[in-house]
Write a protein that binds this ligand. Sequence first.
Ligand code: ATR
Length: 274
Amino acid sequence: AAPASREISGLTKVYGILADPIHHVKTPQMLNALVAREGRDGVMVPFHVSSEELPRLVDGLKAMKSLGGFVVTVPHKTAVVDLLDGVSDSARRIGACNVVRREEDGRLIGDMLDGKGFVGGLKAAGIDPKGRSVYLAGAGGAANAIAFAFVEAGVARLTIANRTRAKAEDLAARLADAVPGAPVEIGTADPSGHDIVANATSLGLKAGDALPLDASRLTADQIVAEVIMQPEETAILAAARAKGCRTHPGKPMLVCQLDLMADFLGMRSLGAAA
Ligand code: ATR
């Protein structure tokens, strides 16, 4: 929580988080703590809004001069894109935004940091996907952002495998469209032959979930990474460790993404993360 000593004044920058439902969000606590550490005068509060009312809220926020920006989460990441005045190249390619900054002139500018957070978290752990062969399980919202970030990070090969094959094919086509020559292919449940194996499905969130890929094919030279943050130990990470693989949990994605969000929203001196 924000420190009780923090004074909110007429100069305080206000930041929001747009979500529905919103009771479970933890981003305000984490970003408020960061703002306090940075000695900045800002506060993030929940902006609970339905999909139906999202356009009215976003339009109104353009008029709010004390607004620094806002974080966007489920279910608004896709819908918000068309309501903004501009988005980054990667947000346009992915078709989703999870952070929006309000410029002095009222324009709202969005970016998508989900995938960059994942790749940044890997890099922070000393795992650089550049030039590596990557296997990605999933083709949903999280997988989309991560697939684009892997391609932008310069992987040598990206194999996408998904229960619904058509969604993997659609993602691969959009990747090839956005980044000509993107080394993308469609895979099966077998992740063998890849340096980095990443789970971007929701399998592992619930106890008793099936594995997102054929863990019997993992070999000890592979790195297995997870997007799921809670639980910290998912079945695929446990299976990978049993095979002797190096594993990478979901948490570093969050840590990296908070830094990226804080930079984008001007909550701290740029480059502080470097
Ligand atoms: P998120 O925003 O977390 O990515 P999502 O967009 O709903 O959520 O995507 C969920 C991903 O997990 C998808 O890749 C989904 O596969 P489908 O595209 O075939 O639905 C995958 N997933 C969820 N439940 C699954 C299951 N029981 N078996 C296999 N894949 C599953």
